[in-house]
Design a protein around this ligand. Structure first.
Ligand code: HDE
Length: 682
């Protein structure tokens, strides 16, 4: 026990710090430590002669470079991560013996990697896609990885089908098109012919697939896991992350443009807010079902295409994760992080969900090829904070120098150590579930309702959310060349909602289905993102200023907006100081060439008495784009005239009050609402 004590949030950081190297100010050496006198010219036989084999420095440098890349993740290749800590609010002792869930107030270091699924490592981040949210808890009993997504269900019910799903969604093999997109024939062919995906597709067509920020999405463990307490009693559990800033999204036109203007939009947002000390926070929730209630639901709780509606099984909030430190080196930490749903600690166990069971195989296997051997657990980012001892030895990249003669169990030479530990003293024991059955390749009857919860999701959406889903379907199927696949898909979704299917059919040029519909009338308000948290905090406001702007008043507005937690960034015609009246000067953060309205949450324009025609044209573009993406607009002074000129005055979310105080209040209110769906777009 003594060795594994004293785990606190800094311990992982300290462990990582031991591996940090700062090359700044140091002499250059080869990897063998020999000082290098010349690093620009290879060793040649004569100044104009051939390069010599003997040049060990050149060979070493080039060989290392040639081997710099490792295979990217086959899915979730594009990702970004941060360090943080998890703090427990209340003890979960009654349901689990996991140590990090016992002491209220206790803190556990975490590392979280966010990702998209389809695109390759360099792909744009605003793809319409599922997001991964994989958390490594470095607990004193070993690592617990919660490898989840931002959607609570999955496309398939059995791991056997994962390679097929991924082949279908990835760029098509004959031309490697499209990148970071599912709008193509093979994906929709898979969907229409594997209808268990219906529920997940509803999520994927919804605004959840276009998060505004990694900080503004929910996370879900998806599968049913088990909690096991000290008495050996088991409860089924589902895990949730709830972002403190609420769940928010981009709109599709905006997302597509962000991908061009700043393909690193999500990582930049996470990096910047952490650097600013606005640490992203996610509350940790659990839904718990006692074992004896396993069969009380109208769905199978082992089926990963089903949610447990929060209104039926409430989410109990038990802790909070705060991300408070960016990585030092993306390759060493983010890229080499190896997550695994099978990394569990005593008190957390598995269910028989066939998707989860298959994942338990896949993740180690994939790390072997990606990280090049069986010692990836020794990489600094993957090492547990507690000691680890066993008889595993050798292999590529081994770093531990195991001393002594004994590398086998059982033995007498080392007094039969490392010794196994009984469950009462912390040894992991798998839950002794009774299992009986015939060996069979089959899907359980209880997994065969593919549409009820898809309709539940649809019923729970507000009108703008439904509109988002409908146009997402029209876009995605609109890109499908095969009319037959478009027809099959539309016919499939008639089972979810007939009117939805008919509307899509009309837009994508296929026969509107006449039969279908669903008897499900139930809805679950927790599924709608309209019922989330709304706040102005960390929202980005573009402030358009020209020379001669109303100095003192504008300065006050900017200060007030910043005090209320917004990020205010000035856009002007040139970089450097913008001079206003009253001897006020502000520094331009961007020019119109480097900024774009899609990169901001709101725009505020105050113009300036010396504004040019070009300034007006740029402002008009900002206002119209922001307006068409339903985002808040504020205008004072010359800015107001421009609103009139663009016919935007008086529209919802367009704020033009006379006094500074009124303006700040009303504009802040508009920024907190984020979007004004009731605007009339012409
Ligand atoms: Fe994964 N998944 N997955 N997955 N997954 C991987 O592991 C796999 C599934 C998820 O940031 C791979 O290290 C199978 C569900 C995340 O490093 C691979 C099945 C959920 C990440 C793999 C699934 C996830 C991965 C690729 C079906 C949500 C990124 C690289 C049985 C609960 C982790 C890697 C990171 C990554 C396999 C389904 C989440 C190949 C076989 C369901 C967040 O092992």
């Amino acid at each position: 026990m003594s060795e594994s004590r004293n785990v606190n949030s800094n311990s992982k950081q300290e462990q990582l710090e031991n591996h940090r190297v700062d090359d700044k100010g140091k002499d250059m050496t080869t990897n063998q430590g020999v000082k290098v006198s010349e690093d620009e010219f290879s060793l040649k036989a004569g100044e104009r002669g051939p390069t010599l084999m003997e040049d060990f420095h050149f060979r070493e440098k080039m060989t290392h470079f040639d081997h710099e890349r490792i295979p990217e993740r086959v899915v979730h290749a594009r990702g970004f991560a941060a360090h943080g800590e998890f703090e427990l609010y209340e003890s979960m002792e009654d349901v689990t013996k996991a140590k990090f869930l016992q002491e209220p107030g206790s803190k556990t270091p975490v590392f979280v990697r966010f990702s998209t699924v389809q695109g390759s490592k360099g792909s744009p981040e605003l793809a319409r896609d599922v997001r991964g949210i994989a958390t490594k808890f470095y607990t004193e009993e070993g690592n617990f990885d919660l490898v989840g997504n931002n959607m609570p269900v999955f496309f398939i019910q059995d791991a056997m089908k994962f390679p097929d799903l991924v082949h279908a969604v990835k760029p098509e093999p004959h031309n490697e098109i499209p990148q970071a997109a599912s709008a193509h024939d093979t994906f929709w062919d898979f969907i229409a012919n594997n209808q268990e995906s219906a529920h997940m597709i509803m999520w994927k067509m919804s605004n959840r697939a276009l998060p505004r920020s990694f900080r503004m999405m929910e996370g879900f463990g998806v599968h049913t896991f088990r909690f096991v307490n000290e008495a050996g009693q088991s409860h089924f559990v589902k895990f949730h992350w709830k972002p403190k800033l609420g769940v928010h999204s981009a709109v599709w036109d905006e997302a597509q443009k962000i991908n061009g203007k700043n393909p690193d939009f999500h990582r930049a947002d996470l990096y910047e807010t952490i650097e600013n000390g606005d640490y992203p926070e996610f509350e940790f929730g659990v839904q718990i079902i006692p074992e004896e209630d396993e069969f009380k639901f109208d769905f199978d709780i082992l089926d990963p295409t089903k949610i447990w509606p929060e209104e039926d099984v409430p989410v109990k909030i038990i802790g909070k994760m705060t991300l408070n430190r960016n990585v030092d080196n993306v390759f060493a930490e983010t890229e080499q992080a190896a997550f695994h749903p099978g990394h569990v600690v005593p008190g957390i166990d598995f269910s028989n969900d066939p998707l989860l069971q298959g994942r338990l195989f896949s993740y180690t296997d994939t790390q072997l090829i990606r990280l090049g051997g069986p010692n990836f657990h020794e990489l600094p980012i993957n090492r547990p904070v507690c000691p680890f001892h066993n008889n595993q030895r050798d292999g590529y990249g081994r770093q531990t120098i195991n001393t002594g003669q004994v590398n086998y169990h059982k033995n007498s030479l080392a007094n039969n150590t490392p010794r196994t530990v009984p469950p009462q003293e912390g040894g992991y024991e798998h839950y002794q579930e009774k299992v009986e059955g015939r060996k069979i390749r089959a899907r359980s009857e209880s997994f065969k309702d593919h549409f009820s919860q898809a309709t539940l999701f649809w019923n729970s959406m507000t009108a703008p959310e439904k509109e988002h889903i409908t146009s997402a379907f029209c876009f995605e199927l609109g890109k499908v060349k095969s009319k037959d696949i478009r027809q099959q898909t539309v016919d499939m979704f008639a089972n979810v909602n007939l009117k939805l299917a008919q509307e899509i059919a009309d837009k994508v040029g296929v026969e509107p289905p006449q039969e279908g519909g669903s008897n499900v009338k139930k809805s679950s308000p927790a599924l709608s993102t309209e019922n989330t948290v709304f706040t102005p905090e960390t929202r980005k406001v573009a402030v358009l200023l020209a020379e001669g702007f109303n100095g003192n008043e504008v300065k006050r507005v900017l200060e007030e907006l910043e005090t209320k937690g917004m990020y205010v960034e000035v856009v002007s015609e040139k970089q450097g100081a913008v001079k206003g009246a009253d001897d006020v000067e502000v520094e331009a953060d961007h020019t119109f060439a480097t900024a774009d309205p899609v990169l901001f949450d709101a725009v505020y324009t105050a113009g300036g008495s010396h504004k040019t025609q070009q300034f007006d044209a740029n402002t008009a573009y900002f206002l119209n784009e922001t307006f068409s993406h339903f985002k808040p607009i504020g205008a004072t002074h010359e800015g107001k005239n421009q609103l009139d000129a663009e016919n935007l005055s008086g529209q919802p979310g367009v704020v033009t009050d006379a006094t500074v105080d009124d303006f700040v209040d009303r504009f802040t209110d508009a920024v907190s609402k984020h979007r004004f769906w009731d605007r009339k777009l012409v």
